[in-house]
Design a protein around this ligand. Structure first.
Ligand SMILES: [Zn+2]
Length: 276
């Protein structure tokens, strides 16, 4: 059983109805024991639903649970053709669910494994309250340990400062904005969403978290990524459809994927494939 099985068909139908062509299911799940959860979702290929791609990786929350056997399993799963990135990996100093030195070690270990797998990385980074410590550290680690791979990645759910975004762009990363760009207090996020080069940004939902205004507080789902496009459009003086089209093109280009054939107004929507 995967979490949210009960209404998955309806959720994907709503995504399709919202012109979402492609979904990335994030494969962190509940940690070791469910590392293939996104691949299982990506196996479904049904008419009237978005295409689903997958990632694999151990999230910083579960870093303390990771064993050598899990790392071996990740390397095997990474060879699945539906897997397009390694992640979410990184640092979370807000919740500190795993000790920080363990988070760092598991992050570094997965960078080491993603390199021979030739996969870009999806970075999860959340600093402790009123700080940017995790962003400083994440970007530093990527500069030292990852940039030379030439594989780049995505800073998912960006909440850092402009300098972090600019450093990451220099390292070959895309910057991805989630539902929290619509939250009134998120000024630094909106500054970044307004000023970064349009060809280097992505939009996502971070489902089931961070449902954008006007759905705030509900379970998030891929169809809601339209609100992220709308907000970024407002910030940049562009139509939401234009933001959707551009960020979709960015996604297909970065991941070397063919645009979906029935291209109306594609919106890729990374969402989390969690297991319950
Ligand atoms: Zn995340």
């Amino acid at each position: 059983m995967l979490q949210f099985d009960a209404d998955r068909d309806a959720m994907l139908a709503r995504a399709h109805g919202a012109a979402i062509e492609t979904v990335v299911a994030i494969g962190s799940g509940t940690g070791p024991g469910s590392l293939d959860c996104a691949i299982r979702l990506a196996k479904r290929e049904r008419a009237g639903e978005p295409r689903i791609y997958a990632t694999v990786g151990i999230h910083p929350h579960e870093a303390k649970l990771a064993t050598d056997a899990d790392f071996d399993e990740l390397s095997t799963l990474a060879r699945n053709p539906k897997v397009i990135a390694w992640g979410e990996i990184g640092l979370d100093y807000f919740y500190d669910h795993s000790p920080r030195e363990v988070q760092r070690a598991v992050f570094l270990k997965q960078l080491e494994l993603a390199r021979p797998a030739r996969l870009p990385v999806v970075i999860h980074c959340r600093p402790s309250q009123d700080s940017q410590n995790a962003w400083d550290e994440c970007v530093g680690i990527l500069a030292e340990q990852w940039a030379a791979s030439g594989l780049g990645g995505v800073l998912h759910c960006f909440t850092g400062m402009m300098e972090h975004a600019r450093q990451a762009l220099d390292l070959g990363f895309m910057i991805s904005f989630a539902g929290n760009v619509t939250f009134p207090r998120a000024q630094n996020i909106r500054d970044a969403a307004r000023e970064l080069p349009l060809d280097r940004i992505l939009i996502e939902t971070d489902s089931p978290f961070l449902a954008p205004v006007p759905h705030r507080g509900k379970r998030n789902e891929p169809a809601f990524v339209k609100e992220v496009a709308r907000q970024i459009g407002e910030l940049r003086g562009m139509a939401a459809e234009e933001v959707a089209f551009q960020t979709s093109q960015n996604f297909y280009r970065f991941f070397s994927l063919p645009p979906a054939s029935n291209a109306g107004m594609p919106i890729p929507s990374p969402s989390r494939g969690a297991e319950g």
